[in-house]
Design a protein around this ligand. Structure first.
Ligand code: OOB
Length: 559
């Protein structure tokens, strides 16, 4: 039996629980219950459209979620147990998510790009009992990997492990997810009591500064608030049509407001497998999309495409949220004139805190700041290295506490001691300053991570993998600037005496370690020695400056 989740979570203090409940931030209801209430109010409204042409009304979606909750139970998956979700952006993602929320089964939000290394870690760390995958996607056989993983887990623990597969090619032994998420066979309904609103609803993955991503346990109360309040601040109503084109398991398209916020407001969710502009624009036109969320790299591609081909297909678009990485002010100023929609900057994190520019903010605020906290009960501090508050306008480290920022990572006591202060403030690792109006500007970060187009990559994880090459004496992974993605992974390597190291070898090493491809280094700099700080740590800042300088010199040389 997997360990009960509560053994490894850090609860909010009782006084905060009382305060958040009394102030109405925590509604005291499970997400599945809240979504059923929305469905019962207008069961005939369209809730979901997906790129395969499937459309579901609120009534159909809620009935399928109930039926699927029952089928999960019939498979022997009990409330509180964990299931790894690695589905693409499809209707099955939404039905399975709602079924889990209804049944109290906790989805672990893996990314489609994750491979054996990440999935094995998640399976072990979350003690998952099942995994949901597509049969294949982008030429990768997810089912094969999931079955291998299941065999490994069974061999190691003797536990039964379920593989749920969405697609035409479901192997014997796997569970057909389309059937599981299909319409109810008889009368709809799932009679088990809903989970407590204080229970964990989903596990999100942290951007990660350590070896592997940390798990963030988000409760029904905190995540429902996160989704509901985000919907409000983004102007979502029952008339809104929201396009999901980022990987749906990310907090941003999942609940900021994302799928959950839009469904809680009675709007319509449209699922697309990728944000590729030609298809995204055609979908926006066909579905009358009003809202969407993208990362700056995607915003850049959309702006280019719209500037070249016109924004005629985007007439319905009202709000484009951009977040996940710093949006350059120059790009921000283009959004309204080129896409014809209002920009909303979102500076958020899977750990909780969300900042939004408001729809009625002056253009300068929208284009040059990353907004302000979502909730009046969000607490913000900007401090120096000694945790002393710095004055407004001065950059410092951002700390936060609040009703949807959990007090610790799951099962990570040692790490929590570093990532949280004694009185519960989360150290975001972001360097920010606060304007006199109270908006935050992200000025950098103090965490050892690379933000590749919104995907966070832990430098330590890359370094550990590169160290496995016998030819490597020392390695440091750093962000190198990139016009398209913002940042990419660059590794500095000191080879062992007489040895040579190539980027191809390093990438082959990553390949054989079976980690997600977005983490593969894209540049190697071989050096005789690394830069060190006075306290004997590798001087990453100096290395970042060095690679930026090299790139600039190359560009100048090309011109
Ligand atoms: C979102 O969540 P995560 O958990 O993938 O990454 C969080 C980190 C932040 O700590 C910050 O370093 C960076 O991503 N970030 C931004 C940013 N939004 C996120 N840096 C600069 N400007 C921004 N607008 O990335 C996320 C979660 C919910 C909503 C939006 C983004």
């Amino acid at each position: 039996m997997p360990t009960p989740i509560t053994e490894h979570t850090v609860p909010w203090p009782d006084a905060d629980v009382a305060r958040f409940t009394e102030q109405g931030y925590w509604a005291g209801a499970a997400l599945g219950t809240l979504l059923r209430e929305v469905a019962d109010r207008d069961p005939g409204a369209t809730a979901l459209a997906d790129w395969t042409g499937l459309r579901l009304t609120y009534g159909e979606l809620a009935d399928r979620a109930d039926a699927a909750a029952g089928r999960l139970r019939d498979l022997g998956i009990a409330p509180g147990e964990r299931i790894i979700m690695q589905l693409g952006n499809s209707w099955e993602f939404v039905v399975l998510l709602l079924a889990c929320l209804r049944a109290g089964i906790v989805p672990v939000m893996a990314l489609p790009a994750h491979r054996r290394a990440e999935l094995t870690y998640l399976a072990v760390h979350a003690e998952a009992v099942a995994i949901a995958v597509p049969d294949r996607s982008r030429d990768f056989d997810h089912q094969r990997l999931a079955c291998d993983l299941a065999a490994d887990v069974r061999a190691a623990t003797g536990a039964g492990w379920r593989v749920l597969v969405a697609g035409d090619d479901v192997e014997p032994g796997s569970v057909d997810l389309r059937a599981l998420c299909g319409p109810p066979a008889g009368r709809a309904g799932f009679d088990a009591p809903p989970p407590s609103s204080r229970d964990v609803a989903v596990f999100l993955l942290s951007g990660g500064t350590t070896g592997m991503p940390k798990l963030i346990a988000r409760t029904h109360d905190d995540y429902a608030y996160n989704a509901r309040a985000s919907a409000e601040v983004a102007g979502i109503t029952s008339e809104s049509v929201y396009l999901v084109s980022l990987p749906a398991g990310h907090n941003f398209p999942l609940a900021c407001p994302g799928i959950l916020g839009v469904l809680l407001a009675g709007g319509r969710v449209v699922m697309l497998p990728s944000p590729e502009p030609v298809r995204a624009f055609a979908t926006i036109a066909a579905e009358g999309v009003t809202h969407t969320a993208v990362v700056p790299a995607v915003a850049g591609r959309w702006l280019e495409r719209a500037a070249e081909h016109g924004a005629g297909q985007l007439a319905s678009l009202q709000v484009v949220q951009v977040g996940g990485a710093r949006l350059a002010d120059e790009l921000a100023y283009k959004v309204k004139p080129v896409l014809g929609a209002r920009l909303q900057q979102v500076f958020g994190m899977a750990e909780g805190l969300l900042n939004f520019t408001r729809l009625d903010d002056p253009s300068e605020t929208v284009c040059t700041t990353q907004g302000r906290p979502l909730c009046p009960a969000d607490e913000i501090r900007i401090v120096d290295e000694q945790d002393r508050d710095v004055p407004d306008g001065q950059a410092g480290l951002l700390l936060t506490r609040g009703p949807y920022t959990p007090r610790g990572y799951y099962r990570a006591a040692e790490h929590n001691a570093r990532s949280f202060t004694g009185d519960g403030w989360f150290r975001t690792g972001d360097i920010c300053l606060r304007t006199p109006e109270g908006n935050l500007v992200v000025a950098g970060r103090d965490k050892d991570m690379i933000n590749r187009g919104g995907e966070k990559i832990s430098a330590e994880e890359i370094e550990n993998l590169v160290y496995q090459l016998p030819s490597v004496s020392q390695v440091a992974a750093v962000a190198m600037p990139d016009a398209l993605l913002g940042e990419r992974v660059c590794v500095y390597v000191v080879p062992r005496d007489g040895a040579t190291v190539t980027l191809e070898e390093i990438r082959a090493q990553m390949e054989s370690a079976e980690v997600a491809r977005f983490k593969f280094p894209e540049r190697l700099v071989v050096v005789g020695e690394l830069a060190w700080t006075k306290v004997g740590k590798i001087d990453k800042k100096a290395l970042r400056t060095d690679i930026a300088g090299r790139l600039e010199a190359e560009l100048a040389g090309d011109a």
